[in-house]
Design a protein around this ligand. Structure first.
Ligand code: G3H
Length: 537
């Protein structure tokens, strides 16, 4: 089969059809779902379909609002009013009541699974099982967050006495959070920011990523129904026009962004009082695999294929460089090529499909430029058909031998091109990691603890997760997701995110009769939401 046939079957099975050419014109402002009357932009799918003349073109899914500065500032006003300098209904609400709102949200969200999963496939080309996993993982994340917050709250449900000072220590909200997610996990990664931010008592303005926009619209009602007005405001449009004015205003306390460091740097620099802006950022990475001579070859190949090509390599955690010891490079390359050949390509809903069209319109050209540059500097495409493209689809290019002069060595390719390098001394890949701008994760492949242990001990201080005989990945979401250097700011995990979106606050008083009477009165009569020892079950 040639990749040119990828869009031939135009009969989309009924369960996976979505309405085409629709007007998605609603947004969420101050608790109300509003109708947008202004400028719009078209949303095209990476899945091509035939037009009336029989010519393939990106399927037009519909239009979405292109909002601007005025709308952004209105949403910011709503979020600021709801927070009201920490005195609003939401930031002062009992934790148990905030949890009820989030539970209600998750219950309504669960009813939208099919619709959202279909849009994930159509908007960003993710396979059906991965789209379903993204949805289910998000619901699970919400439930885990609720349990973790209960635990956190229970640990704070007591008064401490030290050095004759009583204190009750809790975690309080920070203020207004501007939340921007990435296109590769438009639901999961965005909600992994949004949900902890909300549940800790912050109020939010959220703008979906550049792709994966329509899939948020079925959830607008859930947000409107579950939360008091102004707690969640959802805008559509370009970052420059919507996010920049919000940051410029200085009335936002947290920038929560998963994406690119260039946009993060540009945005944060607009804040007039930069020390007041807390950053929660997940940025680029160039995670390497190091395949050592004493490896289990089949296992290493399997994990490296998964790591480099799941969702066509469009994961921040993807393996973006594979260093293989020179004694085993020939066998590794042969087996890697064979394994990639078995990956089925096609449309996201097709059974067993692994390689799918890419959502970014310029991506095939970008991949080609990386491949051409690597070839000009001495690499070869070692798999048949590698790098061939057809409209939005690019067949993975496996490149060997890659070296430091090539763009592919330095750039986060975020797509289906796999650079392989051979090494003689393990110091070579280590030096590459030390000199890299990124420091997220690494994967080590060997069957020998004596080989692995010294590497583990030095690499844990270069990156934030060393994977043994396993691909790099974020999950399970209860584990810390973090990076050194330009890869991240702040830690995300079910537990860490609750801390990233809050600050320790305490109520304290000297130990004397007057203060004890006051504390007892507050506790016995449930007078304060903060000073209390109620236990959330
Ligand atoms: O794009 C980055 C994601 O956090 C990766 O998550 O490792 O679960 O695919 P994942």
């Amino acid at each position: 089969m040639s990749i040119k046939t990828i869009f031939d079957d135009q009969n989309v099975p009924a369960p996976f059809q979505v309405p085409l050419n629709q007007k998605y014109d609603t947004y969420l402002l101050n608790g109300e779902i509003k109708k947008w009357q202004g400028k719009t932009s078209e949303v095209h799918s990476p899945i091509f379909t035939k037009n009336a003349e029989g010519k393939l073109e990106p399927t037009l899914l519909g239009t979405v609002p292109v909002m601007g500065e005025k709308d952004a500032l209105e949403a910011l006003d709503a979020a600021n009013t709801a927070f009201n300098n920490g005195t609003g209904l939401w930031p002062t609400m009992k934790v148990a009541d905030r949890i009820k709102c989030v539970e209600n949200f998750a219950a309504i969200m669960a009813t939208k699974r099919e619709e959202v999963v279909n849009f994930i496939m159509w908007e960003i080309g993710k396979t059906l099982p991965d789209a379903q996993k993204e949805f289910d993982r998000t619901i699970e994340y919400i439930h885990d967050t609720i349990e973790e917050l209960k635990e956190l709250d229970r640990n704070c449900a007591k008064l401490k006495l030290h050095s004759e000072v009583y204190a009750q220590i809790r975690r309080g909200p920070l203020g207004v959070v501007l939340c921007l997610g990435p296109y590769n996990y438009p639901l999961n990664e965005t909600f992994c920011l949004l949900i902890p931010a909300i549940i800790m008592g912050n109020t939010t303005v959220f703008k979906p990523a550049k792709f994966g926009v329509i899939l948020i619209t079925p959830l607008l009602e859930a947000f409107a129904e579950a939360f008091p007005k102004g707690v969640v405001n959802i805008l559509f449009g370009r970052g420059r026009e919507v996010a920049t004015p919000i940051v410029k205003s200085g009335r936002v306390e947290v920038l929560a962004l998963i994406g690119n460091s260039k946009s993060a740097n540009a945005l944060q620099s607009h804040h007039p009082k930069q020390n007041r802006l807390r950053l929660v950022l997940g940025l680029e990475a160039k995670n390497p695999a190091i395949v050592l001579p004493d490896t289990d070859m089949d296992l290493a190949v399997e994990e490296c294929v998964l790591g480099s090509l799941s969702y066509n390599g469009q994961r921040c955690t993807a393996l973006k460089m594979i260093f293989v010891h020179e004694n085993i490079i020939e066998t590794f390359n042969k087996k890697f090529v064979e394994r990639v050949k078995q990956l089925k390509y096609g449309l996201p809903w097709e059974e067993g499909v692994k390689l799918t069209p890419l959502p970014e319109p310029g991506k095939p050209e970008y991949i080609k430029s990386l491949v051409d540059d690597a070839i000009a500097k001495g690499a070869e495409i070692i798999n048949e058909g590698g790098g061939e493209s057809h409209h939005s689809f690019v067949y993975p290019a496996i490149m060997y031998p890659v070296n430091e002069k090539m763009d592919l060595y330095h750039e986060e390719q975020f797509g289906p091109v796999v650079p392989i390098l051979s090494f003689k001394d393990v110091q070579e890949p280590i030096d590459s990691i030390v000199n890299s701008n990124y420091g997220q994760q690494v994967s080590l492949f060997s069957v020998n603890a004596d080989t692995l242990a010294p590497l583990v001990d030095s690499l844990v201080n270069q990156v934030c997760r060393v994977n043994i005989n396993s691909q790099c990945q974020r999950g399970p979401d209860v584990y810390p997701f973090v990076g050194r250097k330009d890869s991240a700011v702040s830690t995300l995990s079910v537990r860490a995110a609750l801390r990233s979106f809050s600050i320790r606050t305490l109520v304290a008083c000297k130990n004397n009769q007057l203060n004890k009477d006051i504390l007892n009165d507050m506790l016995d009569n449930n007078k304060s939401n903060f000073v209390n020892t109620n236990y959330i079950l």
